[in-house]
Ligand binder design. Structure first.
Ligand code: ADP
Ligand code: ASP
Ligand code: MG
Length: 406
């Protein structure tokens, strides 16, 4: 008998019919002799609706009340799924994040898990019930309801799988697994059968929306095997483990892109020790997430520092830089929102020279100018004009032989 954590949310549970389909899948998993713990997130676009409602009602939106509001989406879903399970003869008990033992810090709207003490979940399992846990929520050390942030239910599922020593954590979604690139951009994208944590982490960090990046980090740190799969066709999806046995075959596993980026250029800064430290400390103090950073070689003792940030943080980054112009003796700050990044990811590039050359040649052959470049051991990312990013994704996916049937 295996213990399996199954996570469902969004489109997978968008309406009563979907709720019943999910209940049936849980029933099938039980009949195969497994124990199941379910994690559920809000139905359809309910979280977006609640956020919009809050914005319509309030300008201040205190964090404590936002978390109380948003977690109501998961609370509604977990009760309804438990009812659907009862209807097919499965005894199910719903638990809020707090009841399931998720202790978090008190940073409302984006709380971090401090500890998971799933006693009540264990008791329910021992009593032969299916625990249905509300995702992306917990209780803070000062006893307030907290929300773990957008996409936090994936993290709830992985953390619960780890705490309960589950065999696998199944993350159900509206596509049949992790694809070699965004199937909405390349119709010949292929489902990946097996991928390593490291590669999936690079994918989610460079724009792949599923699974949530934090959950992949958690799974990698704690060695929780994942299975990303479809809640519509129920077919076998993508296995995510420490090692990828197919790693030898393909040099590149995936192409990702991110359009939620803006480029900030801090121009004409003196080339002295301490300038970059002062700049990025100021940005960090504002909570700004800097991604790529490029510093030009200096000319006449001056240099440019260019970096990317999420769109939502661009104006704060602009303001923060402007306040430092005088202190640092810089010339100017400019922000460009019309950029996007495209990345190729693959553990095989470590032992295969020429990947970078091929990326740059492919973009050049398509008349796509590269504005910034950054690399890790298993990723090469380029910033390009936003209107050319789809073309860049298509060209690289084809050039590296990732097209289905290629
Ligand atoms: P949406 O909210 O638009 O449904 P999500 O954030 O839920 O998007 O992400 C799921 C979607 O991500 C899938 O439906 C799929 O189209 C898209 N996607 C993008 N890149 C990939 C990828 N490499 N593998 C799988 N799905 C991907
Ligand atoms: N419902 C929340 C969201 O939309 C949490 C989740 O889906 O993981 O972000
Ligand atoms: Mg979706």
């Amino acid at each position: 008998m295996s213990l399996i954590v199954q996570k469902f949310g969004g489109t997978s549970v968008a309406d009563p019919e979907r709720m019943r389909a999910v209940a049936d899948q849980i029933g099938r998993t039980l009949r195969r002799g497994n124990q199941v713990v379910v994690v559920i997130s809000a139905m359809g676009k309910e979280t977006d609706d609640l956020l919009r409602l809050a914005a319509d009602v309030s300008t201040t939106r205190p964090g404590r009340e936002m978390d109380m509001l948003i977690t109501a989406g998961e609370r509604k879903a977990m009760a309804l799924l438990s009812m659907a399970l009862h209807d097919i003869g499965v005894r199910a008990t719903s638990f809020t994040g707090s009841q399931a033992g998720f202790i978090t810090d008190s940073s409302h709207t984006n709380a971090k898990i401090l500890e998971v003490r799933p006693e009540r979940v264990r008791e329910a399992l021992e009593a032969g019930e299916v625990p249905v846990v509300g995702g992306s929520q917990g209780v803070s050390t000062d006893l307030n309801v907290t929300f773990l942030g957008r996409g936090g239910s994936d993290t709830t599922a992985v953390a619960l799988a780890h705490a309960l020593h589950a065999e696998v954590c199944e993350l159900y979604t509206d596509v049949s697994g992790v694809f070699t690139t965004d199937p909405r951009i390349v119709d010949r994208a292929r489902k990946i059968d097996h991928i390593s944590f490291d590669e999936l982490l690079e994918m989610t960090a460079s724009g792949c929306p599923k699974p949530a990046m934090r959950s992949v980090e958690y799974a990698r740190t704690h060695g929780v095997d994942l299975h990303v799969r479809s809640a519509f066709t129920w077919e076998t999806g993508t296995l995510v483990t420490k090692e990828d046995p197919d790693m030898e075959d393909a040099i590149i596993s995936a192409v990702t892109h991110d359009t939620d980026e803006a480029k900030v250029r801090f121009a004409g800064v003196p080339d002295h020790p301490g300038i970059a430290g002062r700049l990025f400390r100021a940005l960090a103090s504002e909570g700004i997430n800097v991604d790529m950073i490029v510093q030009n070689t200096s000319e006449d003792g001056h240099t440019d520092i260019t970096f990317t940030v999420p769109h939502s943080e661009a104006s704060l980054a602009d303001e923060t830089c402007r306040q430092l112009i005088g202190e640092l003796g810089a010339k100017d700050v400019s922000v460009d929102e019309q950029i996007a990044s495209v990345s190729v990811i693959g553990a095989g590039m470590k032992s295969n020279p020429g990947v970078a050359a091929k990326v740059f040649e492919t973009l050049a052959a398509n008349d796509i100018n590269i504005e910034m470049i950054s690399t890790s051991a298993i990723r090469i990312s380029c910033v390009v004009r936003e209107e050319q990013v789809d073309q860049a994704v298509q060209a690289l996916h084809e050039a590296f032989g990732l097209h289905a049937g290629a």
